[in-house]
Design a protein around this ligand. Structure first.
Ligand SMILES: Nc1ncnc2c1ncn2[C@@H]1O[C@H](COP(=O)(O)OP(=O)(O)OP(=O)(O)O)[C@@H](O)[C@H]1O
Ligand SMILES: [Mg+2]
Length: 359
């Protein structure tokens, strides 16, 4: 960080020069791992999941295939998620997983670079231990130097927000583990919040609802189909009034199906999301009035996989009265933003000192 940058603030200019010298950009998410290679593009976008044989320690599958195995393995195969809550919790497993996701050809290509430099997204206000874990993961993969960029900045660049201008923009990054939101101006974060609610909390809300209201255990893989069974309506109220769900009876353990009231499921999904609205309120209260006025025009940009939850944008629109738009390809905005910085497509923030006129 250049001297003069206020602590706690991350500027786009932090190390644009350094970033331009990086070869790969990595976003280690709780749900998905994404890798961008300079000059090539997005090469990996796979679930952050690995399946291991616990008898031999051998890796059996990674990515989408390993995710499919969740809940379907014999006891000697364990499906693990080395990244949890936006932090690498098992560095060695994360490295093995990423090596396999990259594949032999790319791995050889990167090994040929004698001084491999990597850039990685780090969640806003992540603690030093979490940052250290990301750095160590990439160092173990051969990186000599790792640049960390705040996810909020990377995502804002990735969705084309005019971050470097003296006008306020608000971004909401809703992933699997967390929702991060910020008001940005002049390439810096003015105010920000990180809320531990994302796609996982939504899935849990649905699971809990069925368990308490219908005494039904849902197989882990059918939560997503269940949300889709709300006929892609998510939080919208149109669509069927009820839908049939198959699961296992909590008491007897036998397979059973129930008719579930979709309005009740919608309510259950709505509950965790109210903390996102509270977060937006807090960020706006902490924000200087001039910037809030800009926001009334420019509105909120949503990114992250959970931004795709139907009706989430409308919920924010209703709660704030501001325009809300979902970015193009919201799930990969952060890594594409890092990629743009690697390729040198991001204009540096140049504040040339004005020549002072002598009287
Ligand atoms: N069409 C969709 N509708 C609803 N939710 C979706 C949709 N597509 C993806 N999601 C949710 O988005 C989440 C994944 O988003 P994303 O890829 O941004 O997470 P991540 O970057 O891995 O997580 P984090 O940033 O929290 O570490 C998952 O929880 C998934 O359920
Ligand atoms: Mg993410």
């Amino acid at each position: 960080m250049p001297s003069g940058t206020a602590p706690g603030r991350t500027a786009v200019t932090v190390s644009l020069d350094q970033l331009r010298r990086c070869h790969i950009a990595v976003d280690l998410g709780a749900a998905r791992t994404r890798v961008y290679v300079k000059g090539v593009g997005l090469v990996v976008d796979e679930p952050s999941v690995a399946a291991v044989n616990i008898r031999s320690g051998a890796l059996i599958a990674v990515g989408a295939l390993a995710e499919k195995m969740t809940g379907r393995t014999p006891e000697y195969i364990r499906v693990v998620r080395p990244i949890s809550g936006g932090t690498v919790v098992d560095i060695e497993m994360a490295q093995r997983m990423i090596r396999h996701l990259l594949g032999e050809k790319l791995r050889r290509q990167l090994r040929r670079k004698p001084r491999l430099r990597a850039a990685a997204c780090t969640p806003h206000l992540s603690d030093p231990l979490a940052q250290r874990a990301s750095v160590e993961t990439l160092v173990g993969l051969g990186a000599r130097r790792v640049e960390l960029v705040d996810t909020l900045i990377a995502a804002a660049v990735g969705c084309g927000l005019p971050v470097e201008q003296p006008t306020a923009t608000m971004i909401v990054v809703s992933g699997a583990a967390t929702t991060q939101l910020a008001v940005l101006s002049l390439g810096s974060i003015v105010t920000a919040e990180r809320i531990p609610v994302g796609g996982n909390a939504i899935d849990n809300a649905v699971i809990q609802h069925l368990r308490t209201q219908h005494e039904l255990l849902l197989p882990s893989q059918s939560v997503r189909p269940l949300q889709l069974a709300l006929h892609g309506n998510g939080l919208h109220s149109h669509g069927p009034e009820s839908t049939e769900i198959h699961g296992r009876d909590v008491a007897t353990g036998l397979a059973r199906s129930v008719q579930v009231d979709t309005a009740a499921v919608r309510n259950a999904i709505h509950t965790p999301l109210t903390s996102v609205i509270d977060g937006i309120g807090k960020v706006l209260r902490d924000c200087p009035p001039d910037l809030v006025a800009d926001l009334a025009d420019r509105g909120i940009t949503m990114v992250g996989g959970s931004a795709l939850l139907p009706g989430f944008d409308q919920m924010l629109r209703d709660a704030t009265g501001m325009p809300v738009r979902i970015a193009d390809r919201p799930d990969v905005c952060a890594v594409l933003g890092l990629g743009a910085m690697l390729e040198g497509n991001v204009k540096p923030l140049a504040f040339d000192p004005l020549t002072e006129v002598e009287e």
